[in-house]
Write a protein that binds this ligand. Structure first.
Ligand code: PA5
Ligand code: NI
Length: 192
């Protein structure tokens, strides 16, 4: 396909699988080692099955300034202990790049933080648009019991993904379910 030609594709409801897919990424439980705070629950679950936690359908563009990368992110429902399934989360390698999300299906939260320690959590529900400003790391968390959290995203194609920072120290906030419902707590394992 000529990269300079406009294109369109469909996101047909209710499945919202794009009619054009250049890359399908599947991340299983083993890819999130060290991210769930209850390591015993994590090890037990992993010993039973390396479950599929989330998937991304990407539409490819050249990874250069001026282009946008876009796609669909699908976080499946479930928990590790009391902590909801979530994406790895990342800063953009080019920190000064933003991202937008449009929620197509499901319920959840976007957990965000800056390198300086500012934290923000935004509710995700169908029809909501989320703007993640430059410098904010972001992680999607699915809090539905049975439904996938499905979002459309777009970000500058030169942004890149810095997963290492979050892999090493985690996010400062965690989303759990306790007897009273959904709870946001400070991550007891967060490494300064
Ligand atoms: O670009 C984004 O931020 C999203 O498309 C994510 O890549 C997607 O939700 C998967 O999360 P992660 O890249 O943290 O594994
Ligand atoms: Ni991103």
């Amino acid at each position: 396909m000529n990269n300079d030609n406009p294109f369109s594709f469909l996101l047909p409801f209710p499945e919202v699988i794009p009619s054009r897919i250049d890359r399908h990424i599947k991340r299983h439980l083993s890819a999130l080692k060290g991210q769930f705070f209850d390591t015993q629950a994590y090890d037990l679950l992993l010993s039973q099955q390396d479950q599929l936690i989330y998937e991304v359908y990407e539409i490819h563009r050249p990874e250069v300034a001026g282009e946008l990368l876009l796609g669909i992110s699908i976080v499946h429902p479930g928990k590790v202990g009391v902590e909801f399934f979530m994406t790895k989360g990342h800063f953009h390698t080019v920190l000064d790049t933003a991202e937008i999300y449009y929620v197509l299906k499901g319920e959840g939260f976007m957990v965000m933080e800056t390198p300086e320690g500012n934290c923000a959590i935004e509710k995700l529900s169908p029809g909501r648009v989320l703007y993640v400003p430059p410098r904010w790391a972001h992680r999607s968390v699915c809090t539905s019991r049975q439904e996938d959290l499905v979002t459309f995203f777009a970000y500058p194609a030169n942004a890149g993904h810095d997963y290492g920072t979050i892999e090493q120290r985690g996010f400062r906030k965690l989303i759990l379910e306790n007897k009273n419902g959904i709870e946001i707590i400070d991550n007891p394992n967060w490494l300064k």
